[in-house]
Design a protein around this ligand. Sequence first.
Ligand SMILES: NC(=O)c1ccc[n+]([C@@H]2O[C@H](COP(=O)([O-])OP(=O)(O)OC[C@H]3O[C@@H](n4cnc5c(N)ncnc54)[C@H](O)[C@@H]3O)[C@@H](O)[C@H]2O)c1
Length: 395
Amino acid sequence: MIVGVPRESFPGERRVALVPAVVPGLTKAGFEVAVEAGAGAEAGYPDKDYAAKGARILPQRADVFRSADVVVQVLCHGSNDKTGKDDLPLLRRDQTLIGFLRPLGTLETITDIAGRGVTSFSIELMPRTTRAQSMDALSSMATICGYKAVVIAADTLPRIFPMLTTAAGTITPARVLVIGAGVAGLQAIATARRLGAVASAYDLRPAAREQVHSLGGRFVELPLEAKDAEDASGYARAQDESFYQRQRELLARVVAESDVVVTAAVIPGQKSPALVTREMVAGMAPGSVIVDLAAERGGNCELTCAGEKIVEHGVTVIGWFNLASTVPYHASQMYARNMSSFLLHLVREGKLRLDRDDEIVRDTLLTHGGEVVNARVREFFARPALAAQSTGGAT
Ligand SMILES: NC(=O)c1ccc[n+]([C@@H]2O[C@H](COP(=O)([O-])OP(=O)(O)OC[C@H]3O[C@@H](n4cnc5c(N)ncnc54)[C@H](O)[C@@H]3O)[C@@H](O)[C@H]2O)c1
């Protein structure tokens, strides 16, 4: 079975789906790896390193798609809304596609993919279970984003992070507030602490309290109880506007006392809740920084401009997205390990297993045989459920 790795085509994207280090493991399991020339160059993985590990380098993108049984990408059509469509004609019926497909984005893009007849697996739909942990690329990328958000904030803030007692006086530590202590938020806390800041965090999921404490952060207690804070998968549930209104009122003081606010509060498939208002930004000290990791889906801060850095009321609000791509070496390394675990899980004895009794397969399988087959995605887009799928078997 040939795994094809095309060069990422989203403008500015620097990651690559597989790195040379995972090639020998895949080869041992019976895969051949075919990489488009230059695919890893931007991430620090030259062609010769892939070749040295036994991968074949193909000069043309079309050749990678033509020869591959499985195409592995980072941003596929769907999550790549700029150039992803160009790959559609290159996909064919008996092929498998794995990557970020933005399954809860638009029905049109997923239908496009289904229309090509490919069997696609959307990595965003990986279950958040111990068994699937090694394949959870969403967590890997969130880890990188949380780290980078704090590094950007530290670079932008006109203060240093750690407390210093020097002959020239004492410098007080920076105060970093994280709103939304999921994977990215927790890594932001850990990074802020490592740089010497005083870190605190708020999340509506009660379980986050202990995780924040374990990283040396302070949990911001708000006299506010979320209804059904999390779903069965551990994701936050959207709350009504009166909840968000109250949350904003209660957070205003904490935000005003912070030098840096990292917002990472998202609800899967929905617009992110607006938690930091213009007035709250105006209440921060000049020079303060907000890094909004939810920028791509509307942002948690009212002033966030998606993809931009702006300064208002003396506060810098950064709404850059795709931060994982700005740390391409390690983002690719983590993504590649997730992908190779997933490939080894999916393919046995050279055959793709489509065992729907396996929740990893069932949850991530997005399109098959010309249809959008994923139950969660069909429900999200209010499409009628499909008849029960046969279990087991291989294609
Ligand atoms: N293998 C595993 O078991 C595994 C792996 C990864 C994540 N998880 C869990 O999955 C869950 C989701 O993690 P994620 O990082 O993907 O989350 P996410 O990116 O979907 O959301 C980020 C955080 O924002 C929070 N949030 C949403 N609305 C908020 C609001 N109004 N105010 C404050 N916070 C708000 C959420 O509770 C979440 O913690 C977490 O419980 C995490 O621990 C489990």
